[in-house]
Write a protein that binds this ligand. Structure first.
Ligand SMILES: C[S@@+](CC[C@H](N)C(=O)[O-])C[C@H]1O[C@@H](n2cnc3c(N)ncnc32)[C@H](O)[C@@H]1O
Ligand SMILES: [Mg+2]
Length: 257
């Protein structure tokens, strides 16, 4: 395929999210699962990014001054709280409708986020770079996972991080995240996730490594029905997050050794 023809946009996926855009900030609406999962993933992001950049995670604005890309930001459920933690956040989404909803909500909440209706490939082409790329719940909705991940990774500065979260392509995920969540519990509209589009850990690790980054750890995120909440877990068979980092550039004196 001609490199210029390569795109990460699966138009039917983007259209599906655009059609639900009005519901982004309704905690009981179609995005309820993302609202429910937000506390556990935000704590993980805050703690990992703080530890990596030598910040106090319990400080007032631990992410102050870090340039952060929230790729596939939707209505901004992550962008806003990350900006509140001090992050200088660029929220990018392929859907203009999502970006409009995100902008209106940020205005109303008094949070500053640089929202743009653009793709990862256009940001990379423009030479944008970031200390942290948040790549949460998007890879299972794009057209070309390998290209999407190498493009996102290319924007991570030396010494920076990328966090990827998605759903594994396993029998257990088909049973819990598709049949359970869409058909039995009806947490999500039917058709939100297609089994073939789910992403295995090695399909994240390969493009990330190819881009010169390393996997630091993988963490499962599991719903506990008794507590009615999501927790971190060592089981990455269903929902999981991958923390990756780009090695820092060697100091000039070391580079010449
Ligand atoms: C499940 S939502 C995740 C939203 C947000 N990251 C979160 O976790 O709260 C997936 C989002 O990815 C966006 N999207 C799909 N394909 C994309 C692409 N190729 N580039 C950028 N955004 C994309 C959709 O429009 C949608 O808003
Ligand atoms: Mg998803």
């Amino acid at each position: 395929m001609n490199a210029e023809a390569r795109t990460t946009i699966d138009q039917s996926e983007v259209d599906r999210f655009s059609a639900m855009a009005a519901e982004w900030w309704d905690p009981t609406g179609k995005f309820k699962p993302l609202h429910k999962i937000n506390p556990v993933r935000l704590t993980y992001i805050r703690d990992q990014v703080s530890a990596h950049f030598g910040r106090d995670p319990k400080g007032h604005r631990p992410l102050e001054g870090l340039r952060i890309l929230d790729i596939g930001c939707g209505g901004g459920l992550l962008s806003e709280p990350v900006a509140r933690m001090g992050g200088d956040v660029l929220g990018a989404d392929a859907s203009e409708k999502n970006i409009k909803i995100a902008m209106t909500h940020a205005d109303q909440s008094g949070v500053t986020v640089d929202y743009r209706a653009v793709t990862a490939e256009s940001l990379a082409e423009a030479g944008e770079t970031f200390d942290v790329v948040l790549n949460m719940e998007v890879v299972e909705h794009v057209a070309d996972v390998d290209f999407f991940l190498t493009t996102c990774a290319s924007m991570v500065r030396p010494g920076g991080l990328m966090l990827v979260s998605t759903i594994n392509r396993t029998f257990k995920a088909a049973a819990l995240a598709i049949v359970g969540a869409e058909y039995v519990l009806q947490w999500l509209p039917r058709g939100t996730h297609q089994y073939e589009k789910l992403v295995r850990p090695e399909e994240i690790e390969a493009p990330v490594s190819k881009s010169g980054m390393q996997v630091v750890e993988m963490k499962g995120v599991f719903f506990n029905p008794l507590q009615n909440q999501w927790n971190l877990s060592s089981d990455i068979d269903v929902n999981y997050m991958v923390l990756t980092r780009r090695p820092a550039e060697p100091a000039p004196s070391e580079a010449t050794k």
